[in-house]
Design a binder for this molecule. Structure first.
Ligand code: NAD
Ligand code: IPM
Ligand code: MN
Length: 366
């Protein structure tokens, strides 16, 4: 087997705790010869700021660019509330997404059968739920210029963020959504605010144009605010939802709760295939953050991180069987009734991060 490189950026808070569980999994897949990953590790976020005065060093960005895939934990925390804006922990994440050009962020929200009672919605609304949010990740208001705060001289300030989309950015994310829809329920909802925003008007126009190349996929337009409402009203009406960077951020947190916990949602961020090698740059991270409220307690749910590793196996390394095995191991552990605090109900026995990681690994070994 050709060895493949993984660059790990555990980050801050629970990022390091959940990444440790993935590392144990990788150690085992390497030991057994299922994989031959070469692992390197770097610093991102507050830990990088503490060590080097920047959210991420150029050296670590270069390593991320060279790796076959990047696994990222989470960044941020109150400790770094007062660092300069450009070096805040989240800047590491945004720089990596932009430099890796991983524009296609896949956020699957799947309700594992065993967790149908852990959602804040009723069982019948979420049982069997399988939504894929396709979030545009390298454009929109996250990156648009100008992005400034200026003094107006009268004691007032003005803050500007700029929402910008060019048609090629919308076209390529729409194609990702339609291609993926073909492998699932063949339905795409495109969410924007074309009733208020010019970028929404262009979004809708381009998505409708792309849809002509996919006559076998049903496209429906939905306003983003209605999408949020519909997600908590009748979530199972959705198959694939494609949307911009900011709406995708918000709608995926909503979708996360349908599955039981933010601690359950993985993500894959993919770039365009290289014209020569066909390889895509790829970045895998849980949807949740560094959870400062529970860091250091050993109670974080590692499933989103472990499922993000499964997505890496699937999308970067074409190890479909092993990806299925990891996902089945997660499902089996949940079927056994094992729960971290965030997904526990009533008198469920609650286990910690390391026990959950060990239980998933034990299922994999079985
Ligand atoms: P958060 O996702 O860190 O936490 C929200 C809530 O969900 C908290 O109550 C937390 O305890 C809980 N939670 C999250 N992940 C969990 C897990 N795996 N297991 C159990 N419970 C979990 O969001 P926040 O509190 O709004 O943000 C905290 C920091 O994280 C901020 O600095 C924010 O910018 C950053 N953040 C980073 C990322 C990232 O690195 N990708 C994503 C989101 C937020
Ligand atoms: C996410 C996070 C990030 C985002 C932050 C931490 C920059 O919320 O990945 O969902 O807003 O994209
Ligand atoms: Mn988010």
């Amino acid at each position: 087997m050709m060895s493949q490189s993984l660059f790990l950026l555990p980050g801050d808070g629970i990022g390091t705790e959940i990444m440790a569980e993935v590392e144990k999994l990788i150690a085992w897949t390497n030991e057994t010869g299922l994989t031959d990953f070469i692992i390197d590790r770097g610093l991102a976020g507050g830990v990088a700021y503490d060590a080097h005065g920047v959210a991420i060093t150029d050296g670590d960005v270069t390593k991320a660019l060279a790796a076959d895939a990047v696994l990222f934990g989470a960044v941020g925390g109150p400790k770094w509330d007062d660092v300069p804006y450009d070096q805040r922990p989240e800047a590491a994440l945004l720089r990596l997404r932009k430099e890796l050009a991983v524009f296609a962020n896949l956020r699957p929200a799947i309700c594992y059968p065993a967790l149908a009672d852990s959602s804040s919605l009723k069982r019948e609304l979420v049982e069997g739920l399988d939504i894929l949010i396709v979030r545009e990740l390298t454009g929109g208001v996250y990156f648009g210029e100008p992005k400034t705060i200026t003094e107006l001289g009268n004691g007032q300030k003005r803050a500007i963020d700029t929402q910008v989309y060019e048609s090629y950015e919308i076209d390529r994310i729409a194609r990702v959504a339609f291609d993926l829809a073909r492998t699932r329920g063949s339905r795409v909802h495109s969410a924007d605010k074309k009733n208020v925003m010019k970028s929404g008007v262009l979004w809708d126009e381009v998505v409708k144009g792309v849809a002509k190349d996919y006559p076998d996929v049903a496209l429906e337009h939905i306003l983003a605010d209605n999408a949020a409402m519909q997600l908590v009203r009748t979530p199972k009406q959705f198959d694939v939802m494609v949307t911009d960077n900011l709406f995708g951020d918000i709608l995926s947190d909503v979708a996360a709760m349908l599955t039981g916990s933010l601690g359950m949602l993985p993500s894959a961020s993919l770039g365009s295939p290289d014209p020569v090698t066909g390889k895509r740059k790829a970045f895998y991270e849980p949807v949740h953050g560094s959870a400062p409220d529970i860091m250091g307690k050993g109670i974080a749910n590692p499933i989103a991180m472990i499922a993000s590793f499964a997505m890496a196996l699937r999308y970067s390394f074409n190890m479909l069987e092993l990806a299925d095995r990891v996902e089945n191991a997660i499902a089996d552990v949940l079927e056994d009734g094992l729960r971290t605090a965030d997904i526990a109900q009533g008198d469920d026995r609650v286990i910690g991060t390391q026990e959950m990681g060990a239980a998933i690994l034990a299922k994999l070994k079985a």
